[in-house]
Design a protein. Structure first.
Length: 336
C-alpha cells in the first residue's frame, strides 16, 4: 500500500479529509449494520436535536505505525467504554462496545495510506462521535441517531510543536458539580470556546480550570488532564467533574510499574501548585505536553518544562505506543 504524498512532519492538529469513514444509523430502537462510506458530509433536518440542543458526544484516539511496521491503536476498549458512559449520561443509545472497536479498526484499515510512517512524529487521529439526528423542538432526546468514525492525520496539538506551555488559571468554569464534566459531551467544549479564544488573545496556550463549586482545586484544561511531579511522586487531580483521561490512567500505571514512582490521585489545591517541580498536560491529542508556566492572576509559577520525569513519562508512554517498549497486556490493538 502506497502512503499518501504528505509532508507528515509538518502536520499540525487540523482536519484533513481522508478516503473513508464508518457510519451507522439508529432508528426504531435499533442500530443498523453500519458500513464504510466515502461521503464526508452529513445532511439532516434543520431541527435535528444536535443542532438545537447539542445532543452529541465524541471520542478521540490515535493509530500509529510501530517500529516494526504494524499499524496499531492504543486501548480502544477504554474509548468504547467512555463513549458508552457519555451516551448514557446524554440519553443517547449506546453503540455496542465491541462494534465500536470494530468500526475504529475498519476505519483505520480503509485509510491505511493515511497512517503516518514510524518516526514522522505524526499519527492518524480517530474521531468516533454520535449525534441526535431527527427533528426535536420540545426539549427532549432525539429518537434517531448517527454514529460515525472519521480519521485525519495529525501532528502536535499545541501551536509551535512540543515546547513548554504557558497556562493561566481561568476565571470561567468548564463543568458544574453533578454536570457533564466527566463525560465527553460536545457541550463541554462549547462551554470552553469563549475562554480559549480569550486565553490565546492574552498569550496563553490553554486554560487551567478550577472546580466550579469552591474554585480552590485544580481540575484540568480544556482538552487534557494535568499531572504534577514532586520528588519521586506523580500527583494528579481526582475529581468527579473531570474527564477520565485514558492517557492519564495509563501514565499512572507507567509511573508505578515502569518508573517505580509513587502516585497520588487526590484533590490538588490551587494553593499548592507552587510546591511541584514539573507539570504536564496529558491526553490523546496532547500526549504529554510539558508545562513551563502557570499564571495565577499575575503570580507566575514556573516548572521545568521537559524536566527529567515528564521526559521519562513521555518516552515510556510513546515507546509503548510505537512498539519500542513492551506494553501491558491488552493495551495495544494490532490492526495490520
Ligand atoms: N480532558 C479533556 C477535557 C479532553 O478533551 C481530553 C481528550 O480526550 C482529555 C482530558 C484526555 O483524555 P484522553 O487521554 O482519554 O484522550
Ligand atoms: C483528544 O485528545 O482526543 C481530545 O478529544 C481533545 C480535544 C481537545 C482535541
Amino acid at each position: 500500500m502506497e502512503k499518501k504524498n504528505i509532508d507528515w512532519s509538518s502536520l499540525g492538529f487540523g482536519y484533513v479529509q481522508t478516503d473513508m469513514r464508518y457510519v451507522s444509523n439508529y432508528k426504531n430502537g435499533a442500530w443498523d449494520d453500519g458500513c464504510l462510506t466515502d461521503q464526508a458530509n452529513v445532511t439532516m433536518s434543520e431541527c435535528a436535536c444536535v443542532l438545537q440542543y447539542a445532543q452529541t458526544c465524541f471520542e478521540g484516539m490515535k493509530a500509529y505505525t510501530t517500529q516494526d511496521g504494524h499499524i496499531v491503536c492504543f486501548r480502544p476498549d477504554l474509548n468504547a467504554q467512555r463513549m458508552a458512559d457519555s451516551c448514557r449520561r446524554l440519553k443517547m443509545p449506546v453503540f455496542p462496545e465491541d462494534r465500536f472497536v470494530k468500526a475504529v479498526v475498519e476505519t483505520v484499515r480503509a485509510n491505511a495510506a493515511w497512517v503516518p510512517p514510524y518516526g514522522s512524529g505524526a499519527s492518524l487521529y480517530l474521531r468516533p462521535f454520535m449525534f441526535g439526528s431527527d427533528a426535536i423542538i420540545g426539549v427532549k432526546p432525539a429518537t434517531e441517531f448517527q454514529f460515525r468514525v472519521f480519521a485525519t492525520p495529525v501532528g502536535p496539538y499545541f501551536k509551535g510543536g512540543i515546547k513548554p506551555l504557558k497556562l493561566r488559571i481561568c476565571d470561567y468554569d468548564r463543568a458544574a458539580p453533578r454536570g457533564t464534566g466527566h463525560v465527553k459531551a460536545g457541550l463541554n467544549y462549547a462551554m470552553s470556546l469563549y475562554a480559549i479564544v480569550d486565553a490565546h488573545e492574552q498569550g496563553y496556550d490553554e486554560n487551567v480550570y478550577l472546580d466550579s463549586g469552591s474554585r480552590t482545586f485544580i481540575e484540568e484544561t480544556g482538552g487534557a488532564n494535568i499531572v504534577f511531579v514532586k520528588g519521586n511522586t506523580l500527583v494528579t487531580p481526582k475529581s468527579d467533574t473531570i474527564l477520565p483521561s485514558i492517557t492519564r490512567r495509563s501514565l499512572v500505571q507507567v509511573a508505578k510499574d515502569y518508573l517505580g514512582m509513587e502516585v497520588e490521585e487526590r484533590e490538588v489545591a490551587l494553593s499548592e501548585i507552587g510546591d511541584f517541580t514539573e507539570c504536564g498536560l496529558c491526553g490523546t491529542a496532547a500526549v504529554i505536553s510539558p508545562v513551563g508556566t502557570i499564571v495565577d492572576h499575575g503570580k507566575e509559577i514556573n516548572y521545568a518544562g521537559f524536566g527529567p520525569t515528564i521526559q521519562k513519562l513521555y518516552d515510556t508512554l510513546t515507546g509503548i505506543q510505537m512498539g519500542r517498549i513492551p506494553a501491558p497486556e491488552g493495551w495495544i490493538e494490532v490492526i495490520e
